[in-house]
Design a protein around this ligand. Structure first.
Ligand code: NAP
Ligand code: ZN
Ligand code: ZN
Length: 355
């Protein structure tokens, strides 16, 4: 007998990479109808993260294709399941890098879903908890997500400038909070792109003295407008030497291979080099550079759901948003090329009405 209970799927439009060597192109696919605890969002804006580029080009290992990138999503709620409590149609909601996790392991119970021991479900280039349904991201006209993974968006901020907070924002907010960075600390922010400009904004909002460490002389004025008290061009060896032993923390947002040793030497005793940038290839560092001053090198991944909501509420209270350049979806491949050249001020955001 034919199975007649199968739920109707939702036809969805997006942009996808069909394989790791092709540019993004229009792509049609299906999303599930909202279940009892699901929220259907009409996507208004989606930020463009360097992680999108790493993943569509298989720079972090084999991806799941076709791949619809996008994990900085802001949208309007169109429909909710009958058990949804947090949202009603017409509300604004946001989705970051995660759409599910096991919810049972120690990390999930602590709101550290990004470190779920059973593997969090990424917004794209991942499989749902069933282990076989691919997830598709925010370069699309709609998305269906369990309400626990949809964030509330403050009403006093411009929505296109909120979108990048869902990845670039939380990825820099979380480690700064974890290491309790604030007044009295000297912080170096390495790389002025999407993550870097948010790191400057947060570290200075938390009261730290912020130095911008950049390879692009043209970004000096902007770094100061964003909150840095000093700009250091790291391509000049004399500038680098002058900073020996200076920082308490360096937050490293660089997307390409670079010499960690050069920056580790800038740390004071007990200083921490926090990697959030994820270059495709491994790097080497000298044990002796760490030993010499009891320095550490550490990493941090996005943030859990409670902390992401905390970050959005902090941004609302302090009027912090991303500096964005809004683009039409047809320009996405050109935007990637500009991002590769460090030519973005400081986050591209796709206006999804152009799809
Ligand atoms: P982005 O906007 O492209 O910014 C990267 C910046 O790094 C550039 O603007 C440039 O700044 C600097 N840079 C690039 N190549 C460099 C090189 N060879 N040497 C030194 N500096 C260089 O990228 P993004 O979106 O901010 O992402 C940055 C990295 O973070 C990516 O690897 C991404 O995958 C990763 N990421 C990690 C997480 C996480 O959870 N940990 C989350 C999101 C993204 P200057 O011009 O100032 O030098
Ligand atoms: Zn991202
Ligand atoms: Zn878990």
């Amino acid at each position: 007998m034919l199975q007649t209970t199968k739920k109707k799927m939702i036809a969805t439009k997006g942009y996808a990479a069909l394989d790791a060597n092709s540019p993004l192109a229009p792509f049609s696919f299906q999303r599930r109808s909202p279940g009892p605890r699901d929220v259907l969002l009409e996507i208004l804006y989606c930020g463009v993260c360097h992680s999108d580029l790493h993943q569509i080009r298989n720079e972090w290992g084999p991806g799941i294709f076709p791949m619809v990138p996008g994990h900085e999503i802001v949208g309007r709620v169109k429909k909710v399941g009958d058990q949804v409590k947090k949202f009603s149609p017409g509300d604004i909601g946001a989705v970051g890098c995660l759409v599910d996790s096991c919810r049972e392991c120690e990390n999930c119970k602590q709101g550290l879903e990004q470190y779920c021991y059973n593997g969090p479900v990424g917004t794209y280039n991942s499989y749902e908890r069933d282990g076989k349904t691919p997830t598709y991201g925010g370069y699309s006209d709609r998305i269906v997500v369990n309400e626990d993974f949809v964030l509330k968006v403050p009403s006093n901020l411009a929505l296109e400038a909120v979108a990048p907070l869902l990845c670039a924002g939380i990825t820099t907010y979380s480690p700064l909070r974890h290491w309790k960075v604030g007044k009295g600390h000297k912080v170096g922010v390495l790389g002025l792109g999407g993550l870097g400009h948010m790191a400057v904004k947060f570290a200075s909002a938390f009261g730290a003295e912020v130095t911008m460490l950049s390879t692009s002389p043209a970004k000096e004025a902007d770094s100061k407008r964003l909150g840095a008290s000093r700009f250091v061009l790291t391509t000049e060896p004399a500038n680098v030497k002058e900073l020996r032993g200076y920082f308490d923390f360096i937050i490293d947002t660089v997307s390409a291979p670079h010499d960690y040793n050069m920056y580790l030497r800038m740390l004071d005793t007990n200083g921490v080099h926090i990697c959030v940038g994820a270059p495709p290839t491994p790097s080497q560092f000298r044990g002796m550079t760490l030993i010499a001053n009891r320095r550490s090198i550490a990493g941090s991944s996005i943030g859990g759901l409670p902390e992401t909501q905390e970050m959005l509420d902090f941004c609302s209270a302090y009027h912090i948003v991303a500096d964005v350049e809004v683009i039409a979806i047809k320009d996405i491949n050109a935007a990637y090329e500009r991002m590769l050249k460090g030519d973005v001020k400081y986050r591209f955001v796709i206006d999804m009405s152009t799809l």
